[in-house]
Design a protein around this ligand. Sequence first.
Ligand code: URA
Length: 249
Amino acid sequence: MNVRDEQLLRELNLYPLWVRRGVPVQEEVVPASVGMEGSPQVKTAAPVEMVMPVAELPEIAAIPEVASLDWTALKEKVRDCTACKLREGCTQTVFGVGDEQADWLFVGEGPGAEEDAQGEPFVGQAGKLLDNMLFSIGLKRGDNVYIANIVKCRPSNNRVPEADEIATCMPYLRQQIALIKPKLIIALGKTAATALLGRDAPLGSLRGTTYDYHGTPLIITYHPAYLLRSPGEKAKAWQDLKSAVALMQ
Ligand code: URA
C-alpha cells in the first residue's frame, strides 16, 4: 500500500485495519486495495435491487419558467434570485460545480462560510472529505461528477435551511438535474435526503435503498460535515459508496 492510499484510508477512518486472530476478514471491511492508476481499487458490494418511488414532493413555490431554462439562463436566474430571505444574508449565490454532463450528481445542503466566499460548493473542510470520498471510488470533482446543493444561498450561522427556503430553491436543482441527466444522484445528509425524497425520516433509516427520483436512481448517505464530527460513521458511508459503484456498474 502506498502512502497516498494509506492517508486516504486513514481519512475515511478505515485504517489501520485491526483483525482479531482467528477471525476471518469480512469482504465489507476491506475497503480498498492498490491496483488502479492513481486511486485505490474498489471492492463493490452486491447491487441494490429494491427501487422505491419517491413520495410526491410538496408543492414547490413557483419560479416562472425555470423548467425551460438552458444552462446560461439558469445560471443567470440563480445569480439574480431574491425569491427568499436567504439572499439578504449571503455574499453570493453558489450555483454548483462540475461536469455538466456528469453521470454522478452529489447534492449537499447549502453553502457554508467558505463556499459563500468562493462561490463554489464544498470547498471547506467538509469539501476536502468529499473530495477524498470521491477519490476512494475513483472519481474526481469536475470529471464526470457534478456537485450542487439544495439551497444556493448560505443560511446565516450555518443553520439548516427552512422548508419555505428549500421549496423556493428546489426548482433550480430540479432543472440542474434535468440538464445534467445524471445516472445517479447521491444525497449527502438529511436535508438533501428530506428535500429530494419529500419526506422526513432519520437518515440511518433512509440509507441502503435505491430510490427513484423522477426516473433517476437516488441513494442517501451521510453528509461529510457529519462524518467529520462522527468519524465512527465513515465506514457506513464507505458502504454507501460501494453500493453506488455497484449500481453504476
Ligand atoms: N455543506 C454543504 O452541504 N454544502 C456545501 O457546499 C458546503 C458544506
